[in-house]
Design a protein around this ligand. Structure first.
Ligand code: ADP
Length: 401
């Protein structure tokens, strides 16, 4: 962009946007936690013409401490520890020694969870635009930090495992996980910029432009979920996925998952409803059960034609000595041929007849691996032309004595 400096002189907002783009790009190629935190405070201070900047992350006990600082004496920040609540802001402002209107702090957020904090002390009283810029930078940094953590975790664990098993089979997973990791950050940047444009930070946006931005964001979200699947599969293959064992009320999770997918079913004029709901509580990982159900109901919506129906129900079941809580996702879609019924649970397998629908063929492989890790099973009952029923079975919390 050789013309950029000329624009910079005319419009300082353009100069800031260009600098933010450069930082995002730099973050994309930064894979260690240390580098990401250092780059964020140094370039963040420059971006906002701030005298000081700090980035805080929680330690093992959940107390925030300064991981990188710019423009503040090392010894001042070295021992600073604070819980993640309002108190930390006051103490941090005191540490940086600036008045209220020269202090901006924004959270680092990944997937709705706060994972840290970035704060700056500006030389001049800060503006709403400064806060937006810092938020955009924090979004980039949060994704880059998460990638550095996940990428490191996946790479190290997978390399260990590959060495141990000499398993050339995982080389594909490793290559894909690395690729997914490298695509995730710029994709985060695309999402971030769309939000800034929608918020009219860079000037007025008309209705047609807003609609187009919405489409860009939707495609971006879709791509992000595909990448998350690739990374999930790589982690499962490497054996580094942990599942918790807590009481999970299946009807509650089923209801949540159905609510999430009603808009998608409505868009295809399908009926998505809850059927018989037995009060089954199982021992499982709540977030993972939800992920699996969203995946199964999502598939039902995706593969069932317009006007079709999908029913989600729960039951309690005894088989031999085992007592299960069960969730069934039944659809009136095309069904699955007997010859393909075990293949569809293999990673990357997609039935020829359904190849027109978006996807990479990882959802069912991930779902089955997770259910099995929780001590359960994922089954399928289907006949071509007569719909499919996917059944999750998980160990009942209080089996009858
Ligand atoms: P993806 O949805 O990305 O293709 P999945 O692992 O979730 O990956 O599914 C693998 C394949 O199983 C799909 O491509 C499709 O052929 C088949 N499949 C899954 N769910 C259904 C369903 N409810 N009805 C018909 N076919 C299905």
């Amino acid at each position: 962009m050789s013309t950029a400096p000329a624009f910079d002189a005319v419009d300082p907002a353009f100069a800031q946007l260009r600098r933010l783009t450069e930082i995002s790009r730099a973050l994309t190629y930064t894979t260690s936690l240390e580098q990401v935190t250092r780059l964020t405070v140094e370039r963040g201070a420059e971006l906002l013409d701030a005298q000081a900047a700090v980035l805080m992350l929680p330690d093992a006990e959940g107390l925030l401490h300064v991981r990188a600082a710019h423009g503040v004496a090392e010894e001042l920040v070295a021992r600073f520890r604070a819980p993640l609540n309002d108190e930390v802001l006051g103490r941090l402002q005191g540490l940086l020694g600036v008045p209220d209107d020269c202090f901006i702090a924004v959270p680092l957020v990944v997937g709705g969870a706060v994972t840290g904090l970035v704060a700056v002390a500006t030389r001049q009283p800060s503006t709403a635009a400064d806060e937006s810029l810092l938020s955009a930078l924090a979004d980039q940094a949060a994704v880059a930090l998460e990638n550095a953590r996940l990428g490191g975790e996946v790479r190290v664990e997978m390399e260990d495992r590959l060495r141990a098993s000499e398993g050339a089979t995982s080389a594909k997973d490793r290559a894909l996980a690395t690729l997914a990791h490298d695509i995730r950050s710029p994709l985060g940047a695309i999402q971030g910029y769309c939000e800034l444009l929608e918020d009219e930070i860079y000037g007025p946006v008309n209705d047609r432009q807003r609609e187009a931005l919405g489409r860009v964001r939707m495609s971006g979200r879709h791509l992000l979920s595909l990448l998350d699947n690739v990374m999930d599969m790589a982690r499962i293959s490497a054996g580094v996925v942990q599942v918790s064992a807590e009481p999970v009320a299946l009807p509650d999770v089923a209801r949540d998952a159905v609510h999430m997918l009603i808009p998608a079913a409505d868009a295809k004029l399908q009926t998505l409803q809850l059927g018989r709901m037995a009060p089954a509580t199982v021992t499982a990982d709540h977030a993972r059960v939800r992920q699996i159900l969203v995946n199964l109901i999502g598939n039902a919506v995706k593969f069932t034609p317009q006007d079709g129906s999908i029913c989600v129900s729960t039951a309690v079941l005894a088989r031999g000595d085992a007592h299960w809580g069960e969730v069934r996702v039944a659809d009136s879609g095309p069904g699955i041929a007997p010859a393909e019924q075990s293949a569809i649970f293999q990673p990357y397998y997609r039935s020829e007849g359904t190849a027109h629908a978006p996807g990479v063929g990882l959802g069912l492989a991930i779902s089955r691996a997770l259910v099995e890790q929780m001590g359960g099973e994922l089954d399928l009952e289907s006949e071509p032309g007569a719909g499919s029923t996917f059944i999750i079975r998980l160990p009942l919390l209080h089996p009858p004595a």
